[in-house]
Ligand binder design. Structure first.
Ligand SMILES: [Zn+2]
Length: 404
């Protein structure tokens, strides 16, 4: 039995402002770096596209079992804003054939105490033929009590992307991570997958890391953006990413450092998708560029795991989110949603408020706050690429990560 949301018509009471009281919220079950089993719910706005699900809450994604991949369990936490811990809350999955309620058992109340208070664990019951969704409902008082909150669970099939790692020596000098290259790429891919799992995307690293030499660049062991004597800032990117791309893979290149003007490693990486480079092949802004991404030798494998996921986002068609530099005329947005997003321009959110409230915890090495790792999943009118998971999955289906 749902609570009636319209107790009176506010248009008949011009001095009153209609408000929705949120008794509980659905939030990340963890703090700190992303985890494959703890989605970051998309709670931008409270109205969803009816084609997605007619719900008034956030949405989060999980992945179904697929081939050798078992279904990933996923935690979501209920935050009690206007309701006491003694009140009993009973989660229910609308379509139990699509999503299994793991904890608490069906018909049982949430546990507000313990190491993981008020935490719901779900798992995809099957891999849907097409991306689909169901509702997570929260009943008050009993399993048949009124529904006080809803949340959409979107279930994806798993899209696997094979990754070929390249260690790029420039003018004969290799990046620092060459000595530990297998562990470097393995850990980067593992950490990126923690971020990508809610979008149903899984990177699979090929065990053979390639040594890819490039000669004749401006500075040894350095990718120089806007190299002297070239009109296009990406000239050396194009040279590197055209050096030895493997046709059936997403090609990920690691260089020693990236120089832009006098800045060393101010830019962490550059990622380009197939559609983009195909339309800029001859003499555009990115002449001769190739699909894939390049980043500099990581000093922090969690922070660069997020960079790995960010650059993959570009390869699959995502633009920067908020504080745009990609879309002429688009508004500059530096709000909490933007800064929390995986596709925000900046990877090190500073410690000033509100930045320290939207990142995912402090760096291991520098005192900065990490980049956000949130991937949007709702379709919200007026927001460019609001459904980022869909954009990435469409890019996958169009082979956007394969070299041209
Ligand atoms: Zn970017």
């Amino acid at each position: 039995m749902p609570f009636p949301l319209h107790l009176f018509n506010p248009q008949n009471f011009p001095r009153l402002t209609a408000r929705r009281v949120t008794l509980v919220r659905f939030v990340r079950a963890i703090a700190g770096y992303a985890a494959a089993d703890a989605a970051d719910p998309d709670d931008r706005g409270f109205l969803l596209d009816p084609t997605f699900a007619n719900s008034h809450g956030p949405a989060f994604g999980i992945s179904g079992p697929d081939g050798a991949n078992p279904a990933q369990e996923c935690r979501i936490r209920v935050m009690r804003d206007r309701i006491e811990p003694t009140a009993q809350l009973f989660p229910e999955i609308a379509d139990a054939g699509l999503v299994t309620l793991v904890t608490p058992a069906a018909g049982s109340a949430l546990n507000p105490a313990g190491a993981q208070p008020d935490t719901i664990v779900v798992r995809a019951a099957s891999a849907p033929a097409a991306d689909t969704s169901t509702l997570l409902k929260l009943h008050y008082g009993s399993a048949a009590g009124p529904v006080i909150a809803e949340c959409v669970i979107r279930v994806h099939s798993i899209h696997e992307i094979p990754v070929k790692g390249h260690i790029v020596s420039i003018n004969g000098s290799k990046p620092a991570c060459d000595a530990d290259k297998v562990n470097t790429f393995t850990t980067l891919v593992t950490n990126a997958n923690k971020i990508l799992m809610p979008a149903g995307i899984k990177l699979v690293l090929d065990a053979n890391i390639l040594d890819t030499p490039v000669m004749g660049l401006t500075t040894n062991n350095t990718l120089t953006l806007s190299p002297p004597g070239f009109a296009h800032w990406d000239h050396e990117i194009a040279v590197i990413m055209r050096a030895n791309p493997q046709p059936a893979f997403l090609n990920a290149y690691i260089v020693g450092q990236i120089q832009s003007g006098t800045s060393i490693n101010g830019t962490r990486g550059v990622g380009l998708g197939r559609d983009f480079v195909a339309t800029n092949a001859a003499d555009g802004v990115y002449p001769g560029a190739q699909t894939g991404f390049v980043m500099y030798s990581p000093d922090d494998l969690e922070a660069f795991g997020a960079t790995f996921a960010h650059e993959l986002g570009h390869v699959l068609g995502l633009e920067h989110y908020g504080n745009h530099n990609d879309i002429p005329g688009d508004a500059t947005i530096a709000d909490n949603w933007s800064m929390r997003n995986l596709m925000y321009n900046y990877s090190n959110l500073s410690t000033g408020a509100p930045q320290d409230q939207v990142g995912y915890g402090p760096h291991l090495i520098s005192p900065d706050i990490r980049r956000g790792m949130f991937i949007g999943i709702k379709r919200l009118a007026g927001i460019v690429q609001s459904n980022q998971a869909d954009t990435m999955r469409t890019g996958f289906n169009n082979d956007a990560y394969l070299p041209v």
